[in-house]
Every structure is written in C-alpha cells, then in structure tokens.
Ligand binder design. Structure first.
Ligand code: WQD
Length: 351
C-alpha cells in the first residue's frame, strides 16, 4: 500500500480526505499540531474505516521536527497539504501570524519534498485566489485578482511557490481550489468542528437551528443578485475529499504531463445565502431564526465554479446535492449536541 502523508489530517477537510484515501487502499499518516483541531476526530475516522491513523503532533513551522517525520517514514509516496490557518477575518487582524504560519510551514514541507525526493504533492488552495471575479463561473484560466484578505494572499503565494518549486524539482504538484466545503461524512462520525462562534454560513445555520446561537445574521440582502444575497458554490466535503484521492491516483498513474496543474473543486451551481437557508429549513423541518444585517466587508458578491476540468481530467463525479449537504450538516450538529464530551473542544477550548 502506498503511504500518504496528510498534513492537517485532524482538520475538517483533512479528516474526510483521510477516510477517502483509506477507503481507496492507501496507508495514511497525519501531521497536525492540533492548534485548530482535535486528534479525537481520528477516533471517528477509525469508526468509519477500521484503521487507527497515527498523527504526529508537530508544528510544520519547526523544520527539524518536520524533517524527523520523513526520516521515520522513508516510504512516503505522496503528500496532501491542508495544514494552515484559514479564518478570513482573523487573517485581517493578524496578517503576520498568517503569513508566517501558512508560508513557513509550506516552505519547510517543500524542503523535505526536495530532500526525500517525494514525487507527488497536492495542495489545499481556495477560490479566494480569484478575489471578486469579473465574470462567473470562473475557470482555472480566470486570472486571479488581488485577494480579499491576508489569508487569500497566503493561498496565492502558496500556489506560486509550489509552481516555481515543481519546475526545478522531481515532483509533480496539483493545486485544488475549493469553493465552499460544507456538510459532514454520511456516517455522521466526523464533521466540521468550528472553534468558537462560527464565521462560515453553514455552521452558523446549524448552530442557530440547534439553539447554540440565538439568531443568525444574513450579511446583506441588497446585492445585485436574484434575491439580494451573495452567491456561492457549496460543495460537500466528501466530494472535495474524493477529488484529493483522484488527484493522487492521476499523478501516480502517470497521467499528468505537467509539473503543476490547477483544478476548481466546486459543484458548478451558484446558490444565494437565502436559498441555502431555505434549503436547510426544507430538509431539517426547522424554521431558522435569522435577521438581515449589513454587508460583511471583504465579501465577494458572487462566485461559482466551472468544474469541467476536474470532472473530465480527474474523473471527478459529484455525488452529493445541496439537500445532502444541509442534511448531513444538521445531523452532525445534532450529534455534537449529544456527544459534546467527545468534542468538548467547542465548549471547553481545544484539547
Ligand atoms: C458564505 C456567505 C457570507 C455567515 C470563506 C473563505 C473561503 C473558504 C470558505 C477556506 C457569504 C454569508 C456567512 C453568516 C452570512 N475558506 N454569511 N451569515 O466567505 O464565501 O468563504 O470560507 O478555504 O476561502 O473565504 O464563506 O461561509 O463565510 O460565507 O450571511 O453568519 O454566507 O456573507 O455571503 P466565504 P462563508
């Protein structure tokens, strides 16, 4: 079995990808300092796959500690790099913390790729690299615009660093630009664990519906869209996860002729905030308590993906609908409410 190193394997998309990799015959190790995640999520991974996944609790900004992982695992066949800070608002308040954490960790990892001759590297990028696009849907050829936040800049910089590095090293890389990952694994054994008050829409919806939040705010209904609220491309986290497995298989099977390729991971459907809320109410049977509030600074008016390249090149088939996304997110929130002892990080801080 080929061994894959997943950085951020205890995170939301990371843990779902670990499940998908194992289900597709890979051996997986995780590197995650658990600064923004809980190693307990790997208990859920084990419940789904039957496999205990080893996590190295290491900060990738520490080069020596990172190097030691590769010394201990000479058989790493590929890397998927998720580990990064990703809170847009926090990045505006703490730019240096974001540039240092997200860029230094990547550079340390790439130094190990060079030293240990790791042949394949998949990078967690984001639609945020497009900024506020002039035309939608966006394709991989849509020129990136200035990012809306330091977080977005770290993704743009990460892509450039990997692209230049791959040109002069024996490694093939794939950059995956996620749109809005939402939902939870259908088993409801793993899901999103937002820290504190959620910034993202779907956790805000489910926490309001379960009563953890008194009311959620819709940030603006006066945009030039069909119902005045912003348009996004929501995509189930398990569909995003499977695209990572397909990317590695595509590289391992020698189907890529390039040193670095980019793929949009979105459903291809633009959905407004109010449509997302109404879909949640339909599938959950819960009337959501929300109020219209002023626009949130930095919000893109509308963006959704042209995902044809990933569908055609990687053979990526999207399995989950918006209904599935909302229903699994809701079931996961209900699970958290009953099993909060398992995921006490939300209430009593990170463990
Ligand atoms: C979606 C829409 C909000 C919360 C960010 C990152 C992106 C990716 C996904 C990492 C917006 C509205 C939200 C709320 C609301 N992250 N909203 N009330 O900003 O599209 O993308 O997360 O890769 O890189 O930029 O996601 O879920 O925060 O917002 O009205 O309580 O929901 O205004 O229109 P976003 P989001």
């Amino acid at each position: 079995m080929k061994k894959i190193l997943v950085t951020g394997g205890c995170g939301y998309i990371g843990s779902h990808t670990v499940v998908d990799l194992i289900e597709n015959g890979f051996d997986v190790i995780s590197v995650d300092n658990n600064s923004r995640s809980s190693a307990r999520i790997l208990e859920g991974v084990e419940k789904i796959t039957g496999k205990k996944v080893k996590n190295y609790k290491v900060d990738l900004c520490n080069y020596d500690d990172t190097f030691a992982i590769f010394q201990e695992n000479e058989d790493i066949a590929g890397i998927i790099h998720f580990a990064a800070y990703k809170a847009v608002g926090e990045s505006v308040a703490e730019p240096l913390m974001y540039f240092e954490n997200n860029v230094v960790s990547l550079i340390n990892l790439l130094k190990c790729v060079q030293e240990f001759k790791i042949p394949y590297f998949v990078f967690s990028s984001s639609c945020t690299v497009y900024g506020n696009p002039d035309t939608i849907p966006v394709t991989e050829k849509t020129p990136p615009k200035p990012a809306e936040s330091p977080y977005g800049y770290t993704k743009q910089m990460g892509e450039q660093i990997i692209n230049e590095f791959s040109k002069v090293n024996q490694v093939q890389s794939i950059l995956l630009r996620y749109f809005n990952p939402v939902g939870a694994h259908p088993s409801i054994q793993i899901g999103e664990l937002p820290i504190g008050k959620p910034a993202n829409l779907v956790p805000a919806i489910t926490q309001t519906a379960i009563g953890k939040l008194p009311q959620m705010k819709v940030f603006g209904d006066d945009y030039p869209t069909r119902d005045g609220s912003c348009i996004r491309d929501y995509i189930h986290v398990s569909d995003i996860a499977h695209a990572h497995t397909l990317s590695l298989q595509y590289l391992i099977e020698g189907k890529s002729a390039k040193t670095c390729e980019v793929f949009n991971l979105g459903s291809g459907n633009g959905v407004t905030v109010l449509e997302a809320i109404h879909t949640f109410e339909k599938v959950s049977g819960v009337k959501l308590n929300y109020a219209i509030a002023p626009r949130r600074s930095g919000d893109v008016i509308a963006i959704y993906a042209n995902n044809e390249l990933a569908v055609k090149t990687l053979g990526w088939n999207i399995r989950y609908s918006l209904d599935d996304m909302m229903l699994t997110a809701w079931k996961w929130e209900q699970r958290l409410a009953t099993d909060s002892k398992m995921y006490n990080r939300q209430n009593a801080g990170l463990n």
